[in-house]
Design a protein around this ligand. Structure first.
Ligand SMILES: Cc1cc2nc3c(=O)[nH]c(=O)nc-3n(C[C@H](O)[C@H](O)[C@H](O)COP(=O)(O)OP(=O)(O)OC[C@H]3O[C@@H](n4cnc5c(N)ncnc54)[C@H](O)[C@@H]3O)c2cc1C
Length: 653
């Protein structure tokens, strides 16, 4: 009998969720079988908006530059147009698409079609040894014990040649989009949030018009109907038009409209402005129900994500962005399990965290869609929404204002805030310690850490602190030394105690040290000691005052990750050390902020003299470490097999 090929994971579907998962796992050295049933990648159309938080994620993965090289349109403001007498339209207001109060590094939405984004991801996957095979599909799968290390048996079929193949894998991940064979086979139901479904027409092309906001994102309500205008790359524009809704008396989900009908409808809506089409690049009609899958996995071996698990209206531009978050959330958790760092139970947090976000998004999308279809915001409401962020305590409790804020958080991606669990510390966590920082509005576990600028000591470059560690599957320990810790030799007792606690043989940090002790780590500033931890040290001092050789020996291996907190920040102008102030650290206090591999805060611990800080960190990590090494550093766990072992994990960024 021929040998059954073994993979760490089979990924079905090469849309945004499958591709970003494949990028991550291929970079980290996993053996990935990736298939898609379409003969060629997306050529044009489909989703198009990359939201501010997703831009940060792509930046963190070193992919942003390649995507921005396609010159996407960048949307900073949204314009609202409402009916005016005589069947015309008038602008009633504009607002920032990502308002100042969100403190986003990239406060805009980048708009370009899904195919261009997918192309960048596919190239990266191929550079890392995985090939997306087309047109292949999945015909059967089951989890069985024939090979306990590779418990998922998957039958694949080439749709050109009808060749079939059986493979075994540790995991199967379905990123098949809204119609999923895997989801249906598992019998997982989609629950429809809202019984109302919609049919949308979406058209990309180049228009000739005197409409003044054609380069802005606009919502236009008129006596002749409503459309959404979205500027795009290459002088293109996208128009969304609702063709039918199940509230219509003659509704059919199969209702459709021709290009000419949609163009004629747009022409009527744009009055008194003219609008003619030079070229149509893509046109599609697609029905949308707001649905969410009951489960994202049944056995923690077969997982699903992206549109397989949640669908919603395109109004908030979330399809691809939510898919990205699903992908990276699963990637690092699978990685920590397969590399022997964390116990298998952590995989349950994938569904818990991502389903909660999908639920929140659907609730929001539901209300948002209703608000825009039922009534238009007046200019006064828009102004009130716009001004409210400047003075939070004087907020008017106005439905529209509240919705506007929720909208901005969700559409920007900063609304992704995970609830307390083993990774996101809270007062309900089984481990408590007096040094754990609680109730800090800036460092809420489950949320993203605020961005800040610092000066890198080794080369005096001003850098984005939050992005200095790439998405490499490691936890990031952001050490804010605080004003009481001078960089001068002998004047940083708390830092020295932290370094000696972390490097002591029994510590969580030492237990997960790379086993390749002879490894040359001279050029590795991200993971010189351990694949599971990256350390970033920010000192309150001018760059020129910091001599890395004066710091505890451990930090000298992280020389490329030592920073001076010496830059002004407009948001905390009075602060002496703005990076510290932005995470809520004032006075002389320091802290260690543990950031999960996906950039969300896990826990923050005060930096003090003695061993308290390390004790608190130890307790946090003990919640999910798999005990692979005992306190003496001896391995206690089984080997994890092909690929994915920590020896295999490559840091390639
Ligand atoms: C026609 C259309 C138009 C859309 N327009 C918009 C829009 O205007 N704005 C917006 O925000 N969103 C839009 N979306 C939704 C958006 O594209 C998705 O939210 C986003 O792509 C989700 O990514 P995903 O990876 O989960 O799924 P998808 O991008 O759908 O990718 C799934 C992939 O899996 C493949 N696949 C499916 N089944 C199998 C199988 N059994 N075996 C192998 N491969 C399989 C598919 O061919 C596809 O390549 C549109 C979707 C469609 C289908």
């Amino acid at each position: 009998m021929p040998e059954v090929p073994l993979y760490d994971i089979v990924i079905v579907g090469a849309g945004p969720v499958g591709l970003l998962l494949s990028v991550s796992l291929s970079r980290w050295g996993y053996k990935v079988r990736h298939i898609d049933n379409r003969p060629v990648p997306t050529a044009t159309g489909r989703a198009d908006g990359i939201q501010p938080r997703s831009i940060e994620i792509l930046k963190n993965m070193g992919l942003k530059r390649k995507i921005m090289a396609h010159n996407p349109a960048r949307v900073f403001e949204v314009a609202f147009w409402d009916p005016a007498p005589g069947g015309k339209i008038v602008r009633t207001g504009t607002w920032a698409s990502c308002p100042d109060f969100l403190d986003a590094r990239y406060p805009f939405t980048a708009l370009l079609h899904q195919g261009l984004i997918e192309r960048v991801l596919i190239e990266d996957i191929e550079n890392n040894g995985t090939h997306v095979q087309r047109p292949w599909t999945i015909t059967r799968f089951e989890t069985n014990n024939v090979n306990p290390e590779y418990p998922v048996e998957v039958d694949l079929k080439n749709l050109d040649s009808n060749v079939t193949e059986t493979v075994r894998a540790k995991y199967l991940y379905s990123g098949e989009g809204a119609r999923s064979f895997v989801r249906e086979t598992l019998g997982v139901q989609i629950r429809h949030k809202d019984p109302i479904s919609h049919v949308w027409g979406v058209m990309d092309g180049v228009v000739r018009t005197n409409f003044p906001d054609i380069k802005m994102k606009c919502t236009i309500h008129s006596d002749h109907g409503s459309i959404m205008v979205i500027p795009r790359e290459n002088n293109m524009v996208r128009l969304y038009i609702q063709i039918a809704s199940s509230t219509d008396p003659d509704f059919s989900p199969r209702k459709t409209a021709t290009v000419e009908e949609v163009q004629a409808a747009a022409k009527r809506i744009f009055q008194p402005y003219y609008c003619t089409w030079d070229r149509v690049e893509w046109y599609s009609v697609y029905p949308i129900g707001q649905g969410i899958a009951d489960k994202y996995t049944l056995d923690h071996r077969v997982f699903m994500g992206g549109d397989v698990c949640h669908t919603h209206s395109p109004k908030a531009g979330q399809g691809m962005n939510t898919a990205f978050h699903d992908a990276i959330n699963f990637a690092w958790k699978m990685h920590l399990v397969e590399s022997g760092f964390a116990n298998r139970d952590i995989l349950s947090t994938y569904e818990v965290e991502r389903k909660f976000i999908a639920e929140t998004l659907l609730n929001f999308d539901n209300k948002y869609a209703a608000l825009f279809s039922q009534r238009q915001p007046t200019a006064t409401e828009v102004d009130s929404a716009h001004n409210s962020h400047n003075n939070d305590e004087h907020d008017t409790k106005n439905d529209f204002v509240e919705m506007f804020k929720a909208n901005c958080e969700f559409t920007s991606g900063f609304g992704v805030a995970y609830n307390p669990n083993i990774f996101n510390h809270s007062s309900e966590h089984s481990f408590q310690h007096p040094l754990i920082i609680k109730d800090s509005p800036k460092l809420r576990p489950g949320r993203i850490m605020p961005p800040s600028n610092v000066t890198r000591v080794v080369d005096a470059n001003v850098v984005h602190l939050e992005n200095e560690i790439p998405f490499n599957g490691a936890f990031r320990l952001f050490i804010y030394a605080g004003a009481s810790q001078s960089p001068k030799r002998g004047q940083h007792k708390a830092l020295s105690d932290l370094a000696s606690g972390l490097t002591s043989p029994g510590s969580f940090y030492s237990r997960y040290e790379s086993k390749e002790r002879q490894r040359d780590n001279h050029h590795d500033s991200d993971n010189p000691h351990s694949r599971f931890f990256s350390i970033v040290l920010t000192l309150v001092a001018k760059r020129s005052e910091i001599e890395i050789s004066d710091l505890p020996a451990m930090f000298q291996d992280y020389s490329g990750r030592i920073y001076a907190d010496d830059r002004k920040d407009i948001r905390v102008l009075d602060a002496k050390c703005s990076a510290h102030a932005k995470v809520g650290l004032t006075g002389s206090e320091g802290a260690v902020v543990v950031v999960r591999p996906d950039g969300h805060v896990g826990v923050s611990v005060r930096l003090v003299e003695g061993q308290g800080t390390v004790e608190a960190l130890e307790g946090y990590f003990a919640g999910f470490l798999n005990g692979m090494y005992d306190k003496q550093g001896k391995s206690t766990s089984r080997r994890t097999g092909l690929g994915g072992g920590h020896e295999h994990v490559r840091s390639q960024l």
